[in-house]
Ligand binder design. Sequence first.
Ligand code: PEP
Length: 246
Amino acid sequence: MTKQRLVMGNWKMHGSLASNQQLLEQLIAGLGSAHSHSDVVVCAPHPYLAQLQQILTNTAIQWGAQNLSEHTQGAFTGEVSPLMLKDFGCQWVLVGHSERRALYGETDADVLAKTVAALDAGLTPVVCVGETESEQAAGQTQAVILQQLQSILKLETALLSRIVVAYEPVWAIGTGKSATPEQAQAVHAYIRGLLARHHVAAVQVLYGGSVNAGNAADLFAMPDIDGALVGGASLKAADFLSIAAA
Ligand code: PEP
């Protein structure tokens, strides 16, 4: 039996009302049979969540955000709370994407706080982890992932079982240089082992980093790869649909 996969698009800071509408209409029209074995989610910039709610309600596509505040409300100018994301129908939120860590200084403590805030609000946090090129070259991949996940792994089982983990090697994001299926599988097996030690073997582990229509099927053939977090290719309907159908 084919296992249900999760294919998530991260639009990053791209889009406009007009281009989003066109993309979403093409995705809705194209999903058809692909949806039977992939759950499909798109994560858009905050201002477009109302548009996603309007267009995607009662379709097969779910939606989410790319970041959230760890606070529910208050004097936090420029921040967006998990309750606001819920107001706009989000079920998902990315947490600790490598661009947030590298460009906006998000620490593992921030990622934990945001993960907990998302869970408290009933959102599914997609916790992103992954090593840089130099860390990989130094053989530190597992150590980096353990460091990034260890405080989250201490959450009580009922909470931990509600997260999704995305393994996104930084050197593969937006570079066109995906991890090979074997490389990704090795790290996914390691992450699966960490989760199993905390009695949450059922957590989905996605791969992200230059996933495209040409490499998705080989990645998905790996036993511990449960789906993909897709950046660039999620902005092109045909490519994203091919990945969802791979
Ligand atoms: C991402 O933004 O999470 C990502 C994986 O990007 P890309 O697919 O473009 O490498």
